[in-house]
Structures are given as structure tokens and as C-alpha cells.
Design a protein around this ligand. Structure first.
Ligand code: THU
Length: 163
């Protein structure tokens, strides 16, 4: 038996320390969170996806009276991006939650397992790492790849992702 470890590296920035591009992506995620449809949880999540064509796609959580029919902000944004710009890889995604007053909460929210899986698919499909920015009121955690959030992810080997 060998003891193995997985080391996850990420950086923590104060909002003022972000690059202009990262700050803008976080701000767009905040804008998007304000439009979330979350009458059941009142947990308003916003995501902003930066594509390789430099477009930014917004998404927010969309809840439903039949709870499992709703969808998280990250997948709303990612699926819209991949559905409409299938040639563009995803460079980065910012995720944030706003409270009932529309202010960013103090917690860095991390994508759920299903969203990590969907993000991992995009990394595999385009063979490009996706930078992940998890923003809270006073800090932004930055991961360089989905692999850091979902190590040892499931994949079916060397597939042709073009279809
Ligand atoms: N939610 C997201 O939008 N993203 C996540 O990564 C986790 C959870 C949403 C789903 C639901 O509308 C609400 O937050 C409470 O779980």
C-alpha cells in the first residue's frame, strides 16, 4: 500500500487586487445574480463565463416548483455558452451569491458536484483549463483548472469530442 495525496493549489485575492479582466467578470456575475429566479431557496447565485472569443455569458439559478427541474447558475451559463458558441472554449467562470439586499455575501460559494462535472466536461472537450473565480464580499478564490475542484474526475478516455 502507498499513501497518496492530492494537493490543491489556489490563490486568494482581495477584490482590489484583481486584474481588470477578473474584476469585470466578477462584476458581471454579481449583475447576473441579481436576476436569479430563486423564490424557493432565496439563494441567488450568479455566474459569468468568459469565452475564447472574448464574449461573456451570464447565468443565474433558475428554480422550479418541481425542485429538481431547476438548474444552478453555473450550468445555465455554461450550457448557454456551449449551445450558442460551440467553437469557443471557456477561459474562465466567476461565481457569486447576493443576499436579499443585492449585496455579495461573505461566503465564497463553490460549485456543486454536478456543476463541477459539467465544467470538467468543457475542459476535456476543449482541452483548455478553465479558471474558476469564487467571489465573496472580501475575497476571491482563484483556481487555475476544474481539475483542482474535481480531482480524479470521471472520463471515458480518449474520445473524439467534436460530435
Ligand atoms: N445553486 C447554484 O446555482 N449553484 C451551485 O453551485 C449550488 C447551488 C443554486 C441551486 C438552488 O437554486 C440554490 O442555489 C440553492 O441550492
Amino acid at each position: 500500500m502507498k499513501q497518496r495525496e492530492i494537493l490543491i493549489r489556489f490563490k486568494e485575492f482581495k477584490p482590489a487586487e484583481l486584474t481588470a479582466e477578473d474584476k469585470s467578470l466578477v462584476n458581471i456575475a454579481i449583475e447576473s445574480a441579481l436576476n436569479a429566479y430563486a423564490p424557493y431557496s432565496h439563494f441567488r447565485v450568479g455566474a459569468a463565463v468568459l469565452l475564447s472569443n472574448d464574449m461573456v455569458i451570464k447565468g443565474n439559478n433558475q428554480e422550479n416548483a418541481a425542485y429538481p427541474s431547476g438548474l444552478c447558475a453555473e450550468r445555465v451559463a455554461m450550457f448557454y455558452a456551449n449551445a450558442n458558441y460551440p467553437e469557443s472554449s471557456v477561459k474562465a467562470i466567476a461565481v457569486v451569491v447576493v443576499d436579499s439586499d443585492g449585496n455579495v455575501i461573505e461566503q465564497n460559494i463553490s460549485p456543486c458536484g454536478s456543476c463541477r462535472q459539467a465544467l470538467a466536461e468543457s475542459e476535456m472537450r476543449f482541452k483548455k483549463p478553465i479558471k474558476i473565480l469564487l467571489a465573496s464580499k472580501d475575497s476571491v478564490l482563484i483556481f487555475n483548472s476544474v481539475e483542482d475542484l474535481l480531482p480524479l474526475s470521471f472520463n471515458q478516455g480518449d474520445l473524439d469530442f467534436s460530435k
